[in-house]
Ligand binder design. Structure first.
Ligand code: FES
Length: 501
């Protein structure tokens, strides 16, 4: 289901596809918030830009986020200080605080009507046993000289044991913001093409060629803003990040809602904010995160959020449900900078770990400075070619185990269902004439069969019964039941089988 953000702009996020070869200064692959912010700053500086996207503007991660604009990225600053030191943590914080101001400046300059409003942001706990970690974070923020408050009262409709409050954070409608950026970009000569898939980028004598199925783009610079980078070598981003799926519900209630944006600090994660939509003030609840490709159920994804909504707002109607994917770096720091040491004029911004509203602005400023040859004081924090020891060993083990399991399953495990056992409206992997086949039967019993092998690096896909998609447990690519690629790093569709052959 579409998010309220995508519904609110009524299909105005579609541009024509590329239809011929073009030349430009900067080619930007991806028209989400990061790609379009780069394009906005670059066109203001007089650069020619071409932006392409496989889907409509902001149609994937940006269009399905909760759109909190905050430097409060969960409980994070104690981790940063203990792993990387005070200066590093302070620069991460300042970069993200600046991003809030930068976004507001763009909105004011371009007069973008995107329901922007300042809100306080809170990380809370309802458990006494978790108070220690909240207080540790407060003390880390004190060390950094950041003015936050420890509070025991919030606007939430339940008691908390304690919370950290960041003042003057914000929320908005991200798709209305993107359309405002698009207006500015195109008014300054920037070109935007949607439904145009980049398949490869190659450097030839100092010039980059971005290949698409509809024409090629020649440019001096390339910015990879495609959520998960789809070029495997160089860069090797598939070894450094995994993807996490999270779910959102939009709830209508007659009760008065609260001010503020909230997230708790332990599993199950619940995140709350309000949002204006069609004259109503809706409550957004998100959470139920899991590594993409791991099996889930309706109850474990949307159900748990709906139960939470009904617990405090028994009269409520659940109006919308949606989900999204985020790239999570193993060391929890986004990758921003050159794509690799061998591609000096090709850049990347990825791994925003669910905090993409501010991270995308930080990334755009760093990349635009790099294109201009200007130093950026925050660049070192997000160094995209870093080779530091991984601090987050639990995540490292997790990704290795998941990837290895999937590859082994592909080789060793026999499909355990036969065709007739698959119920209507569900999917499974079966064997037909010795070959694995991913089969989905719709509610009328019609069959859709695909080769269930990821077109990225060949992992065995798993069936997602909530969304009716084929999901990859290795690096999080997703495909619809007809094999159409929905999320990177894979960009090719699945092979389709005709079972009557
Ligand atoms: Fe990498 Fe599927 S996403 S193998």
């Amino acid at each position: 289901m579409n998010s309220i953000w995508i519904n609110s702009i009524q299909n105005k996020n579609h541009f024509e596809s590329l239809s011929e070869d073009v030349k430009t200064d900067v080619c930007i692959i991806g028209a989400g918030i990061f790609g379009l912010t780069c394009a906005y700053y670059l066109t203001n500086l007089g650069y020619k830009v071409v932006v392409i996207d496989k889907f409509g503007i902001g149609e994937k991660t940006t269009g399905h986020t909760t759109a909190k604009i905050t430097s409060q990225h969960g409980l994070f600053y104690d981790y940063l200080i203990s792993s990387y030191g005070e200066k590093f943590a302070k620069d991460y914080l300042d970069a993200n605080e600046n991003a809030i101001k930068n976004i507001k400046d763009i909105i004011d300059t371009e007069k973008i009507k995107c329901d922007f409003e300042y809100q306080n942001s809170y990380v809370y706990t309802t458990k006494k046993s978790e108070l220690k970690s909240i207080k540790k974070e407060v003390s880390a923020l004190d060390t950094l000289g950041f003015n936050c408050d420890f509070v025991t009262k919030t606007g939430l409709p339940f008691e908390v044991e304690g919370a950290i409050c960041f003042k003057n954070q914000a929320q908005f409608n991200p798709l209305k913001y993107l359309l405002g950026l698009c207006n500015s970009i195109t008014s300054k000569g920037g070109e935007i093409y949607t439904y145009t898939t980049a398949c490869d980028v190659k450097e030839e004598s100092g010039t980059y060629i971005t290949y698409t199925e509809k024409g090629n783009i020649e440019s001096d610079y390339v910015i990879m803003a495609s959520h998960y980078p789809f070029i495997n070598i160089p860069g090797f981003y598939f070894t450094k990040m995994y993807q996490s799926t999270s779910y959102v519900i939009a709830v209508d209630t007659k009760k008065t809602l609260f001010n503020g944006m909230y997230i708790n600090n332990t599993s199950p994660i619940f995140s709350f904010r309000t949002a204006k939509y069609e004259g109503k003030n809706l409550l957004l609840i998100s959470g139920s995160d899991h590594k993409t490709g791991q099996p889930t159920s309706y109850q474990d994804s949307y159900g748990i959020l709906e139960d939470e909504a009904r617990k405090f707002y028994p009269d409520c109607d659940i109006l919308y449900r949606w989900n999204t994917e985020d790239c999570i770096p193993l060391d929890k720091i986004p990758y921003i900078g050159v794509y690799s040491n061998t591609t000096p004029n090709m850049f990347v911004g990825t791994g925003f770990k669910k905090w993409g509203m501010t991270s995308s602005n930080v990334a755009a400023n760093i990349i635009v400075d790099k294109i201009q040859g200007k130093p950026n004081k925050y660049e070192y924090v997000f160094n995209s070619t870093r080779l530091k020891p991984i601090k987050n060993m639990d995540e490292m083990k997790n990704i290795v185990v998941q990837s290895t399991n999937s590859l082994l399953l592909d080789k060793l495990k026999r499909a355990n269902m036969n065709f007739d056992e698959i119920a209507n409206n569900s999917g499974s992997i079966i064997e037909v004439n010795g070959q694995k086949v991913g089969v989905y039967k719709n509610s009328s019993g019609n069959i859709y069969a695909v080769k269930p092998i990821c077109t990225h690096l060949g992992c065995l896909l798993s069936w997602n019964d909530v969304d009716k998609t084929w999901d990859c447990p290795c690096h999080g690519s997703r495909f619809d039941f007809m094999g159409k690629n929905l999320y990177n790093p894979a960009f090719k569709n699945l092979e389709i089988y005709n079972l009557e052959d």
